[in-house]
Ligand binder design. Structure first.
Ligand SMILES: *Cc1c(COP(=O)(O)O)cnc(C)c1O
Length: 284
């Protein structure tokens, strides 16, 4: 859509906690410039899709400032957590970004879809997107902010209304309390995984998403472990009581549990863990 093609996108290597390595970013920028490419934008992620890892945004932002590059922060899933005082650290450096996306439809109880886009440079978007034909010219043209000037859509739904209702209904503190509870439950689940000799954690869990897999003591054949986890996920999901998603981390099949539902309580997480353990026992 940007017209830069797949070859215009570079992936920056990540460390063993799945965080972008700032030095690799600097190297890539230099290399690109030496090869007559013109880097213009860096996308950092707070809460990556697979592992919910947090890129070192502050260091990345410093590089972007020095190199005069637009910094976009993708916090679609996890950005909501920055509402919680003790989770504010996850937004370190985000204040230096040029733009930021947070999706209330991911983890703030809002029916799909609702993405929040923030930018410190709305005029740049306006220059790119504004195109006002005669039939859309109005007397308020110069005084009203028209959202059609800031994106590709002209007609759009009044999405802000449902966000307004959610904030009014739960209150900011009500939302924070619920998110905090999700994180507590996620950490509880992560600890169960860590303490069990037949399971292992596949990534840090800074929020309420836990990446794990079954890895029974003594089983060291990777393809066997993969098959076991595929079957475990399938059997658990077939019960309809719980939905485990999956990803690949360092080439290894990884199961994911994400606690973010409005009505998810401790009991459900306890039951989930029971079901996962008993299913593994059956498979063994
Ligand atoms: C879900 C997700 C997206 C996609 O968001 P949508 O607005 O739902 O399409 C982008 N980035 C991250 C990190 C996500 O978790």
């Amino acid at each position: 859509m940007l017209g830069i093609g797949i070859e215009g996108v570079r992936k920056i290597p990540a460390d063993n906690e799945f965080k972008m390595i700032p030095e690799k970013l600097s190297e890539a920028i230099k290399e690109d410039r030496n090869n007559s490419w013109r880097p213009f934008c860096v996308v950092a992620t707070v809460g990556t899709t697979s592992a919910t890892s947090i890129d070192p945004v502050n260091e990345i932002a410093n590089i972007c400032q020095k190199e005069n590059l637009w910094l976009h922060v993708d916090a679609a899933h996890a950005g909501i957590a920055a509402m919680i005082p003790e989770m504010k650290y996850t937004f370190n450096g985000v204040e230096k970004a040029d733009s930021l996306v947070v999706n209330p439809h991911k983890w703030m109880f809002t029916p799909v879809d609702l993405s929040l886009f923030y930018t410190r440079k709305p005029d740049v978007l306006k220059r790119a997107f504004s195109l006002v034909p005669e039939y859309l010219k109005t007397n308020e043209g110069d005084t009203a902010e028209n959202l059609m000037d800031y994106g590709i859509q002209l007609g759009r739904r009044f999405r802000a209304l449902k966000l307004w209702f959610i904030i009014r209904y739960f209150g900011v503190n009500g939302i924070i309390e619920r998110l905090r509870e999700h994180i507590r439950l996620g950490q509880m689940f992560a600890k169960w995984i860590d303490d069990h000799s037949d399971f292992e954690r596949m990534a840090p869990a800074p929020f309420s998403t836990v990446c794990f897999r079954a890895h029974p003591a003594g089983m060291n054949n990777e393809s066997k472990i993969e098959l076991l986890n595929e079957q475990l996920m399938q059997r658990v999901n077939e019960t309809g009581k719980l939905f485990i998603s999956h990803t690949k981390l360092n080439g290894k099949l990884t199961l994911r549990i994400s606690i973010s539902g409005l009505r998810t309580k401790e009991k459900h997480v306890v039951d989930a863990w029971q079901l996962i353990q008993s299913t593994l026992s059956e498979l063994m």
